[in-house]
Design a binder for this molecule. Structure first.
Ligand SMILES: C[S@@+](CC[C@H](N)C(=O)[O-])C[C@H]1O[C@@H](n2cnc3c(N)ncnc32)[C@H](O)[C@@H]1O
Length: 449
């Protein structure tokens, strides 16, 4: 059935000989207009055909098909029977007009399929659209840029740049406008400038630590980057995914130790983009959740630097999943608030009254150093001192610890278990669901006693 569909898509004039046609084949026949002959196989069926595919799964019939094809000198493929076949059908990744074929020469169709699945995840869904888009500009570019070398360089820059990214992201009209404007530039720009298309910054969320929690988009941006400007919170193993020759610049910040001030980071991003580089600004978690990604985006926009954002798994959702702790639950919590334990001037700007409501989960980022004050404020605004609490240290990483207790015991937990950054405090009924079965949940109260 899958082969019939692929052959029709490739423009084949198809005849299917089958004693009993399955429903999906009948539906395909109705839509596509090929022939189904409802009977058993005859040797003359192969006569005059360009290729023959045997898929009966019945040994005697498959052999009969192979013999007939040999006699009439028609290339034949018997599914899963390389010894009876004169050609093999590779697994394909189809992003029309781009096709990638994977073959194990019949040695292991399952292995070929696995590889194909891997390639599927690597290739963007809109790759075919990108190919069509590029094709639509081929003759215009050829007419404009005479030298083969210059043309090759031009296409490479288009593929590496914002235009290709826009098409892949579905912003085709924007990409078309940019392409037309570049093609219409005076010729000297094409020939003399090494950077036809300028640089670009992608602000990428690296997730809470586990490299496998990166999105496919984040991975692609990393592998594409000339320069990676990264934070302290970016987990080990993630930077290794960047190209080996990419320049890595550390601008990490600890709370009281700003290694590069924010303005310095903004300037660095702008300078590298203006030098025509593909820059990845790699930030822990999600760039727009307590990550100052918004400030960086504003600075880049003000400097007219092309910028895109790749979201990441924020610490709250990453840690909650890792600890088996749902942030909302029909029986325990109908709302969740992400809150910082540390405001611009120290004291966080928090609506304690709202946060103290029952059936409400509060996830506190950067809350370790003010854990005691935080608990006291919530209790003062009416939250029960017995409200369950989970503290997740190094969430999703190999050295993750989950400590559970109650609102009144938070300061003891932090002190006794010597909790260190990065850590997240989850307050609310759901914290009692932290998954002890995962094996890494420490009972801080038990430890303390
Ligand atoms: C400056 S904020 C950055 C948050 C980040 N943008 C995000 O979306 O997760 C840093 C705080 O995030 C929390 N955090 C980040 N990664 C964490 C992890 N792997 N485990 C626990 N907490 C984490 C900690 O509360 C830490 O102090």
């Amino acid at each position: 059935m899958a082969k019939a569909r692929l052959l029709i898509a490739a423009g084949a004039d198809l005849t299917v000989v089958v004693s009993e046609a399955a429903e999906d084949l009948i539906a395909l026949e109705a839509n596509q207009g090929f022939r189904i002959e409802r009977r058993s196989f005859r040797e003359l069926d192969v006569y005059g055909m360009s290729i023959v595919i045997g898929a009966t799964g019945i040994d005697a019939v498959d052999r009969q098909i192979a013999r007939a094809a040999e006699e009439y000198r028609v290339p034949v493929n018997i599914v899963d029977r390389p010894e009876l076949s004169t050609f093999i059908v590779p697994s394909i990744v189809d992003r029309g007009p781009v096709t990638v074929a994977v073959s194990s020469d019949g040695a292991s169709p399952v292995l070929a399929r696995r590889l194909r699945e891997k390639i599927e995840t690597l290739l963007p869904a809109n790759l075919g659209r990108l190919a069509d888009f590029l094709r639509s500009f081929r003759s215009a570019v050829k007419a404009k840029i005479g030298s083969f070398e210059d043309r090759r360089r031009f296409w490479e820059e288009v593929l590496d740049g914002q235009i290709a990214r826009d098409v892949l992201a579905g912003h085709e009209s924007r990409a078309r406008e940019a392409m037309v404007s570049i093609i219409n530039r005076p010729l000297s720009n094409h020939n003399n400038s090494p950077a036809l298309l300028g640089g670009h910054v992608t602000i990428v969320g690296a997730g809470p630590g586990d490299p496998e929690l990166l999105t496919i988009k984040a991975l692609r941006a990393l592998q594409d980057a000339d320069v990676v400007i990264h934070d302290r919170l970016v987990g080990a193993g993630i930077l290794d995914l960047a190209r080996r020759d990419a320049q890595r610049i550390y601008v990490g910040k600890a709370m009281s130790n700003h290694s590069v001030p924010q303005e310095g980071i903004n300037d660095l991003l702008i300078a590298h983009a203006r030098a025509g580089k593909r820059v990845v600004r790699l930030k822990g978690g999600d760039p727009f959740v307590f990550g100052r990604g918004g400030e960086e985006l504003e600075a880049l926009r003000a400097a007219n630097v092309e910028t895109s954002i790749v979201p990441g798994i924020t610490a709250a959702t990453g840690c909650a999943a890792s600890a088996g702790l749902p942030l909302t639950h029909r029986d325990h919590a109908s709302a969740v608030t992400f809150v910082t334990g540390h405001g611009v001037d120290g004291e966080p700007d928090v609506d304690w009254q709202a946060l103290a409501q029952p059936r409400h989960t509060a996830v506190v980022y950067m809350g370790l150093s003010r854990a005691g004050a935080l608990a006291a404020n919530l209790i003062a605004h009416g939250r029960s001192p017995d409200t369950p609490v989970a503290i997740i240290e190094n969430g999703t990483r190999k050295n993750e610890r989950v400590l559970t207790g109650t609102l009144s015991t938070i300061p003891d937990i932090v002190r006794t278990a010597r909790v260190g950054a990065p850590a997240l405090i989850v307050i609310g009924e759901v914290a009692a669901l932290a998954d002890a079965a995962l094996g890494h949940v420490a009972r801080a109260e038990a430890q303390a006693s």
